[in-house]
Design a protein around this ligand. Sequence first.
Ligand SMILES: [Zn+2]
Length: 345
Amino acid sequence: MEEVLIGIKNAAVSLILDAQDKKELEALKLQFLGRSGKLTLAIKEIPKISKEKRPEIGKLANEIKFVIEQTLEQQESGIRNQESKARIEKIDYTIPGIKPNIGHLHPLSQVLYDVVDVFKSIGFQAADGPEIETDYYNFEALNIPKDHPSRDTQQTLYLDTHDTKITPGEVILRTQTSAMQGRVMEKIKPPVRVIVPGKNFRYEQVDASHGFEFWQVEGFMVDKNVKLTDLFGTIEYVLKKLMGEGSKIKFATTNFPFVEPGVDTYIECTVCKRKGCSFCKNSGWSEIMPAGMIHPNVLKAVGYDSQKVSGFAFAIGLSRLVTLRYQMDDLRLLTNPDLRILEQF
Ligand SMILES: [Zn+2]
């Protein structure tokens, strides 16, 4: 009986270790441990053995059953490992991966950051101001009283102040970042060198070159002996840094209530290089910023002594600068959220 049991064990272990898959293992389990399996049948014979030998044979049979079960388990986990290894080896590492979408700064932000960097490098500080502004800072502090005809050129959006104590027409969406001149100069004594990037709003018909919202970078400098030539030098330096050293710039006289004298700044058309094209309306030049020497009335309104200090101010048309740099022929592209447009910059 002992030999029979050991024979069963040896046969079972060697067959199990040779098994290649789970199906084979299942069959072997049935063959040895099943209801009519070889070991099960042999155990059924134990009661027929003499009483003295029975405990010893019974113990041996149990041990052999345990060994067969253990071997089955080990072989099964071995087969499982091999299968998962084979699955990993099937992965083709040469197939190109999926590139994640990475965003970037909007062209307006790219140019805005460049403008701020250039001005910071020559000692200007950047300030932020409210888009909802009072009539006082937007107009009156800038030498534009209520009846001034130049108000007609800045179609203004007024906030609904019904059911409030505010006089109608006193709270508006700012039409120019220049509104920050008064706010800053009331707080700081000269010397002042500040730029104010921001969005402005006007009641305009939207077309390729006009929008109801547009970006400007207001800038102003007040100190002793600031002259018109300082304004020319600063603007020329900044524009060449932003648009390339070879950029051609010209100035022309103009008139704004908050400056005396007033200056308009033009840059050579980046599309046609002065040959004339639809982008520059065949003039060869693009108007890029109004500027001028700050009017003594503006300095007086903030408590500065216009006999002792003088200054210049300018307002860069940031949206225009972006369209010039990237040669876009339609301002509306700047507020279009279509990624096919934005991914080009
Ligand atoms: Zn042109």
